[in-house]
Design a protein around this ligand. Structure first.
Ligand code: SF4
Ligand code: SF4
Length: 357
């Protein structure tokens, strides 16, 4: 759906505090296509300012949620400039609160950034990227960044299966209820996202008031069957979408005219497990899901060890080591490694299935 400036103005009221929930996964420059581009954040901030509200740029990147981490992330991702251009506030409230959601399906409560909880409205600014665990990180997954720092790892451990993790993501979405989603699909990421993939020119902004519909359209543009993306499937099980792009009112370019040919999925193999009854036996997991291993680029910074939800990583002999017997294949180490040093090793069966898929 195309949203005009007037539509945005009508969504935001004067005097409101509006969170601009960008994707600020890591302190990486915009050209790496890991984070929401600062030009988009600045433009949205200006709209919000012109409507008389206060835009607040906020996210909880991977790792510790503190001033040191955020300062570096804001600087390297271009958010300092975006805030200046859009007269936005950069969130520096590091307090968190426990939010109760008794009606939720998976997470009856969750820990969230206080700035988000106290805001009057949220504008969701996800990045068009692949994701090792949930296959595509769009509107739904972006809101997981409202959970502070390393607490996210605890949720990976608690909701280890991709289906329950996705149900938890939809719980967070239903709590946050962003008034608008603007997905940065100018330059997206294909392959082993959300940080280790390759930038891919898409040339689109996907805008809508229904974040699930935006994800369905985005997945379709990426050549993925929407129901093969676990958070969309979780939303569909909840009746939030039919997951059919033909059921969505799309204005602007027809979806089939902007579909990206040969868009590469992540190589983790999660899509091969869709038809297997749960719980999946460990030997099947080993055959179908890629195994994370630190490669020669490892600088023993310890980020993966600090963020592994099941303490499966040790550091010794100049390299991080993943205990695959304990590993739950959440791929947080792959996602958060600042050196892109975590390699995904696949079995022969997994490689063959990818070729046939
Ligand atoms: S694998 Fe990456 S995150 Fe882990 S210690 Fe090595 S460089 Fe750091
Ligand atoms: S080793 Fe990596 S993929 Fe395995 S559980 Fe730890 S962070 Fe997740």
């Amino acid at each position: 759906m195309v949203i005009t400036f007037c539509d945005v103005i009508s969504l935001i009221k004067a005097g409101q505090r509006v969170i601009l929930k960008a994707n600020l996964l890591q302190a990486q420059p915009p050209e790496k296509a890991i984070t929401t581009h600062p030009a988009i954040v600045a433009a949205v901030a200006r709209w919000v300012r012109e409507s008389g509200a206060t835009p607040i740029i906020a996210d909880s990147p991977g790792g510790l949620f503190n001033r040191r981490t955020l300062s570096k992330v804001y600087q390297v991702t271009g958010m300092l400039g975006a805030a200046e251009q859009g007269r936005a506030v950069l969130n520096d409230d590091f307090r968190t609160v426990r939010v109760s959601c008794p009606e939720s399906r998976a997470a009856k409560s969750f820990q969230a950034l206080r700035a988000v909880v106290e805001a009057d409205a949220i504008i969701n600014l996800p990045k068009f990227k692949t994701h090792g665990l949930v296959q595509f990180t769009g509107s739904i997954k972006n809101l997981f960044g409202t959970v502070p720092g390393v607490t996210k790892g605890r949720y990976h451990a608690r909701f280890a299966a991709v289906e329950t993790f996705s149900a938890m993501l939809v719980d967070i979405l239903e709590y946050c209820r962003p008034v608008l989603t603007i997905m940065d699909a100018i330059v997206g990421m294909e392959g082993d996202g959300p940080s280790g993939g390759d930038p891919r020119h898409i040339g689109l902004l996907l805008v809508g008031t229904d974040p699930v519909a935006v994800d369905v359209v985005a997945a379709t543009i990426a050549g993925m069957a929407p129901l093969s993306v676990p958070p969309i499937a979780a939303a569909a099980r909840r009746g939030l979408t039919s997951a059919r792009v033909t059921d969505i009112e799309v204005l602007g370019s027809p979806v089939d005219s902007v579909t990206v040919a040969g868009f590469r999925r992540p190589r983790t193999g999660v899509e091969h497990t869709r038809m297997i009854p749960r719980p999946i036996p460990a030997w099947v997991t080993d055959q179908l899901l890629a195994s994370p291993q630190a490669g020669p680029r490892c600088t023993v910074c310890g980020v993966c060890k600090d963020n592994c939800p099941v303490e499966a990583i040790t550091i010794s002999n100049g390299r991080a080591h993943m205990d695959l017997g304990r590993c739950i294949r959440c791929y947080c180490c792959h996602e958060l490694c600042p050196e892109d040093a975590v390699e995904l090793h696949r079995s022969l069966l997994s490689r063959l299935l990818s070729r046939w898929a």
